[in-house]
Design a protein. Structure first.
Length: 145
């Protein structure tokens, strides 16, 4: 092996070592590590969050005003489908799933990637889903015994 080739090999080895070092020093997020105790994960996440992100995570908005833009801009923590808050008229279960998945993608694309919590006002069952069975309130079911 000539001097010229040894120089190329040396440069290549230095580049590989530099890449390896930079990868090992990449930022480590304790809050994303399921092996960490929950308390450690919470402290790490709370330390990283801005005041705006903390406020957003404590906020639940109605589906009627929800969009990826709103979820990203205000770091929204939860979306609720209240009565009559449907993705589309006569929406199928697939339409509901697609709606939520779209919101979740928006939430996960934020700086910290905190998943969105989704809720639905389903005291009569999931009657917002097209052709769903409507049940009496749970309290009504309880007093029938």
């Amino acid at each position: 092996m000539g001097i010229k080739n040894m120089g190329k090999v040396t440069v290549l080895m230095v580049m590989v070592i530099c890449c390896w070092i930079s990868m090992t020093e990449a930022e480590y997020f304790k809050y994303k590590d399921p092996k960490q105790p929950i308390g450690v994960r919470i402290k790490d996440l709370m330390k990283r969050m801005t005041l705006e992100e903390k406020i957003g995570q404590m906020t639940q908005i109605d589906k009627k005003v929800a969009s990826n833009e709103v979820i990203n801009k205000y770091f929204i923590g939860s979306v609720l489908s209240g009565g009559g808050s449907v993705p589309a008229k006569e929406a199928s279960p697939k339409t509901w799933v697609d709606m939520f998945n779209d919101y979740q993608k928006g939430s996960l694309s934020t700086r910290l990637g905190i998943p969105l919590i989704y809720g639905i006002d389903a005291v009569h069952g999931h009657n917002n889903v097209y052709k769903a069975t409507i049940f009496p309130h749970n309290v009504g079911l309880g007093v029938t015994r």
